[in-house]
Write a protein that binds this ligand. Structure first.
Ligand SMILES: [Zn+2]
Length: 185
C-alpha cells in the first residue's frame, strides 16, 4: 500500500512539473503575442483616420473642453467621474478596430487588447505603448492607480492587477471616454 502511494505521488509530481513547464511555455509565447499586438497596433487602424501622436499635446481651457465634450464625457475626462457600470455600448463592441481618446483622438487600445472582465466597463489587458500616464488616487479606501491620456490629460479609468495572464493587467476604462473607430470605417 505504501509503495503504491509513493508511486502515485511520484507520478503526480512528474505530471505536475510537466504542467508547470507547459504553462511557462504558453506564457512566454503569450508575452510575445502581447509585444506583437503593441508593436503592430496600426494594422487595426482605419485607413482614413488621422491619428495624432502622443507627443503633440492638446491643452484646452475648461470652457473649451465643455464645448468640445458632452456632459458625461466632461465629467469623466475632466473631473475624474465614473460612468455607471453596464451603461457603455462599447462593452459589447467586438469588431476589429481601435479605441481612441474621446477628448483628443489619440489611439489607446486595439480590439485585440479588449476582453470581457464581467465588471460592466470596457476592459483591456494591455495598451498601445506610451499613451497613458498614471498616478495613485485615494478616492476610495484603498489606493488605486488612476490613468490618463498623455496627450490631453483626460482621465480614463484605473488599472488593476487582476487581469488575465500573461499581463495580469485590467485597464478598466470608462466607455464615454473612448471613441471606437472600426477598421473597416
Ligand atoms: Zn486624450
Amino acid at each position: 500500500m505504501q509503495r503504491r502511494g509513493f508511486l502515485q505521488g511520484l507520478t503526480l509530481a512528474v505530471l505536475g512539473s510537466t504542467l508547470v513547464k507547459t504553462a511557462q511555455a504558453a506564457q512566454a509565447m503569450a508575452m510575445k503575442d502581447i509585444e506583437a499586438m503593441q508593436k503592430n497596433w496600426r494594422a487595426l487602424l482605419a485607413a482614413n483616420f488621422k491619428a495624432p501622436a502622443p507627443t503633440e499635446p492638446l491643452k484646452l481651457s475648461n470652457d473649451e473642453w465643455r464645448k468640445r465634450l458632452d456632459k458625461a464625457q466632461f465629467n469623466v475626462l475632466r473631473e475624474e467621474g465614473t460612468e455607471r457600470a453596464g451603461t457603455s455600448p462599447l462593452n459589447a463592441e467586438k469588431r476589429p478596430g481601435v479605441f481612441a481618446c474621446a477628448g483628443c483622438d489619440l489611439p489607446l487600445f486595439t480590439s485585440e487588447m479588449k476582453y470581457e472582465s464581467g465588471t460592466g466597463w470596457p476592459s483591456f489587458f494591455t495598451t498601445i505603448p506610451g499613451v497613458f500616464a498614471t498616478k495613485k488616487d485615494y478616492l476610495l479606501f484603498a489606493p488605486r492607480i488612476e490613468y490618463h491620456c498623455v496627450r490631453c490629460g483626460g482621465h480614463h479609468g484605473h488599472v488593476f492587477e487582476d487581469g488575465p495572464v500573461p499581463t495580469r493587467q485590467r485597464w478598466c476604462n470608462n466607455g464615454v471616454a473612448l471613441k471606437f473607430i472600426p477598421k473597416g470605417a
